[in-house]
Design a protein around this ligand. Structure first.
Ligand SMILES: NC(=O)c1ccc[n+]([C@@H]2O[C@H](COP(=O)([O-])OP(=O)(O)OC[C@H]3O[C@@H](n4cnc5c(N)ncnc54)[C@H](O)[C@@H]3O)[C@@H](O)[C@H]2O)c1
Length: 339
C-alpha cells in the first residue's frame, strides 16, 4: 500500500492509551506523529518509543497543521471539551468509549463533527472481537433458532486494586462506574448482535469501594424485539467475561477468546461445537484503528460512529436513572427528553 498514512496525534498515553498507540502502530494506515499527556515524563517515553513528538499542551497538539486526526484516550469527562477543540481545529476524532458523560454532550459532539464533515469514531472495539463476529454470523444464519434471552457479565476487581485513577471513583465524573466502564462494552455488543435496547431496569449498590461509588450492578434490559437481557457488572469481584445467547435451537456461549455452540434437536442437546480465538491478542483494537484510517481517507461512516456511541451512553444513563427512580426507563424517551 503506497497511500499516504493519516497523521494522528494522541492525548492520554497511560493504561488504555498504551493499547491504542500500539494499535495505531499496527494499523498500517495511521502514523502517530505526536502525543500529549499531563504526565510529561511518561509522555516523553512513549514519544521516544513510538518515534513521535512529545508536545507540551493539548492546544499545541491540535493546532499542528501536519496533524490530520486526534485520538482521545483520556478520562471520560474530558472527551466533550477535547473534541470541541479538535473539531474547531478541523481534526478528525477517534474518542474512547463512553463518547461523553451525558446525552446532551454527546449530541453536541455528533452535530459538531457532522457539520464540519469530519470523521467521528467511538472506541466500541468489543463488537470487533472474533468471538462476537462469529456469534453475529451464527445468529444471522439462525443456527440457534429464535432468540429467547441473553445473560451477560463483564466484571473486574479493579476497584479492589491500588492505583485506580481518581476520576473513576468520582460519580460526578463516572456515574455507575462498573456499567460506564465495563458493562457499556456489552451494551453496544448486544445491540449489534441482536437489536437495539429499548427499556432498562437496574439495581446497584456499594459493597467495597468508598461509600459514594456503586461498585456492583445488574440491569435487566428489554430489546426492541422484546427479548430480555440480564447484564451484571461489578468492579470488586474476580474477572468475569461471558455472554450467553439462548435460542429455541441452541445456545451460543461467548468468552473473550472462545465460543461454544450448543445445538438442540427436539429440545435435547445434540452437538457442541467449540471455536478457539486465543491467537487474537489485541486484534480488535488494530482493526478498529485501521477502520478509522480508512474512514478518514474515504470519508466513510465508521461502524461505531457518534450515533452508536450516543446509543450506548443513553442505555447507561437510563440505568443511572433507573437506579435513582427505582423504575423502568425507556431509552428513546430519555433521548428525546435530554436531546
Ligand atoms: N475500549 C476499551 O477497551 C477501553 C479500556 C479501558 C479504558 N477505555 C477508555 O479509555 C479512556 C482512558 O481510560 P484509562 O483507563 O486509560 O484512564 P487513565 O486515567 O488510567 O489514563 C488517562 C490518561 O490521560 C491522562 N490525562 C488526564 N487528563 C489529561 C489532560 N487534561 N490532558 C492530557 N492528558 C490527560 C492521564 O495522565 C493518563 O495518562 C476512558 O475513556 C476509558 O473509558 C477504553
Amino acid at each position: 500500500m503506497n497511500e499516504r498514512k493519516i497523521k494522528i496525534a494522541q492525548v492520554g498515553i497511560a493504561n488504555h492509551g498504551r493499547t491504542i498507540v500500539e494499535a495505531i502502530r499496527a494499523s498500517g494506515n495511521l502514523q502517530l506523529v505526536s502525543c500529549f499527556d499531563l504526565n510529561a515524563s511518561a509522555n516523553q517515553k512513549v514519544a521516544q518509543e513510538f518515534e513521535a513528538r512529545a508536545v507540551g499542551s493539548y492546544e499545541e497538539l491540535i493546532n499542528d497543521p501536519a496533524v490530520d486526526a486526534v485520538a482521545l484516550v483520556t478520562p471520560n469527562h474530558l472527551h466533550a471539551d477535547q473534541l470541541r477543540k479538535a473539531a474547531a481545529a478541523r481534526k478528525h476524532v477517534f474518542v474512547e468509549k463512553p463518547i461523553a458523560t451525558s446525552i446532551p454532550e454527546a449530541l453536541e459532539m455528533i452535530r459538531m463533527m457532522r457539520g464540519a464533515r469530519l470523521t467521528l469514531m467511538v472506541g466500541h472495539n468489543t463488537r470487533r472481537r472474533q468471538v462476537f463476529r462469529k456469534a453475529k454470523s451464527l445468529i444471522d444464519e439462525k443456527r440457534i433458532g429464535k432468540i429467547v434471552a441473553v445473560e451477560a457479565n463483564l466484571s473486574r476487581p479493579a476497584g479492589l486494586q491500588p492505583g485506580l485513577p481518581a476520576w473513576k471513583a468520582d460519580p460526578t465524573k463516572c456515574a455507575l462506574l462498573p456499567m460506564m466502564q465495563l458493562g457499556i462494552h456489552l451494551v453496544d455488543t448486544i445491540a449489534y448482535l441482536i437489536a437495539p435496547i429499548a427499556r432498562v431496569a437496574c439495581f446497584a449498590t456499594n459493597v467495597a469501594m468508598p461509600a459514594a461509588v456503586f461498585d456492583s450492578s445488574t440491569a435487566i434490559l428489554q430489546l426492541d424485539s422484546g427479548i430480555p437481557v440480564a447484564l451484571t457488572s461489578c468492579y470488586v469481584s474476580a474477572d468475569a467475561y461471558v455472554v450467553r445467547i439462548y435460542g429455541t435451537e441452541g445456545t451460543i456461549h461467548c468468552f473473550p477468546l472462545r465460543l461454544t455452540l450448543d445445538l438442540l434437536r427436539n429440545g435435547e442437546l445434540r452437538e457442541t461445537i467449540d471455536e478457539d480465538f486465543s491467537a487474537e491478542g489485541s486484534g480488535s483494537y488494530v482493526l478498529q484503528m485501521h477502520e478509522f484510517g480508512e474512514c478518514v481517507v474515504h470519508g466513510r461512516q465508521p461502524e461505531t460512529g457518534g450515533e452508536e456511541g450516543l446509543r450506548a451512553l443513553a442505555v447507561i444513563e437510563a440505568m443511572v436513572k433507573a437506579v435513582e427512580t427505582r423504575s423502568v426507563i425507556d431509552v428513546n424517551s430519555l433521548l428525546q427528553e435530554l436531546g
